[in-house]
Ligand binder design. Sequence first.
Ligand code: HAM
Length: 420
Amino acid sequence: MYQIPRGTRDFTTEEMQKRRYLEDSLRTTFQTFGYKEIQTPMFETLELFTAKSGEGIIEEIYSFKDKGGRDLALRPELTAPVIRFYVDKLQMEAKPLKLFYFGNCFRYDRPQKGRYREFMQAGCEIIGADTPEAYAELIAMAYYLLKNVGLKDVKLNIGNLNILSSLFETLKISKDKQKQLIPLIDKSQFDEVLTLLQVFGVGKKVANEFLEILQLSDIKKITKIIEKDESAKKELAYLEKILNLLEKSFNIKNYQIKMSIVRGLDYYKGIVFEIDAPLLGAEKQLCGGGAYELVSLFGGKETPTAGFAIGFDRTILALETEKYPFPSTKIKVYVIPVNEETIDKSLEIAQNLREQGISTDIDLLRRGIGKSLKYASSINAEKAILVGPRELEQGSVTIRDMKTGEQETVKLNDIQNRVN
Ligand code: HAM
């Protein structure tokens, strides 16, 4: 017997129904915000992903040489591919360009619940807009994408990496030292951050203020602490504009300011945000994104870019944890040829119903009435149509309501009306 590769999954028919429901709902919301769908390849040149992140990222992704000796990689995410596509073919499109996508991603992660080596993202990028309203709309869309799929408990956190950079600069923390601090900040290990800051020669009072900013969610209090840092103050005022729009125009009030959001990927700059489903525990982050810079690195004319991606698989897990009643697609009608003589006509009846958009299945195993009815009830069919030779001679069939067991004789040309 063959084993499925570690970190990958098969999906049952029930799971696929849930996944299709989620995909349809997300697609509808993206479209109501004026976004248009695109697709990029599953694999890209390895260089596309090392360009910003360096060779270190190779440890975390699936990279390989093809038969022509080219270095390629399965995409770990879609932002770099979408920006490659933009620089190559879409730069002349009217701005802002609002693009969304669904796609499988591959990361050499340690698999656990909610963390896979193959997983799906639903994401988007907005290219050519950096007004407060553009960011507010982007964050609001992320929030409503998750709300519209039926999730109740989501937590929106918003931060700004420029503020963090500006604070690092004020504290004279070099890029190398930042690299040591950032993973600790990411994991909210603030005691360790404090210790390390002091090792780096930052005074206790200043280090404590820095930590306070990372943990405060009151914008007024943060402004007070950073009063002398002009550039951080400017960023904060900009953030405040976005937050006002979120509250007043998009009716989103339950968000948190979180300056400790650092994001894992290397291309972010400015506004960043994450949405969590607290019920999921360790792998609770459903969505992450923000403003970033990649266009000029990829050879394009500089323009503002921002976006986010929703972890599709985690969103399913969150919906299941909240016991969301996923709609299921059911077979409406099950057609039963009573004997071999009526098989032709039964197939024709089934086909006519399908052409009218009515989901119809038919006994293909010549099982007879008893077993076929049992099967029809096992697949939750609403009606069974019994096609018997004598009735057929009179131009009719029997329709059975699978719930009540009631039966009626119906003329062939009236079947559609009776089953609908
Ligand atoms: P990311 O935070 O790396 O961002 O991934 C986005 C989401 O994908 C995460 O919040 C999580 O829900 C899901 N995810 C990540 N890794 C895994 C995994 N191993 N298994 C299951 N789900 C996972 C990005 O990828 C950026 N490209 C988002 C973006 C778009 N930023 C700007 N535009």
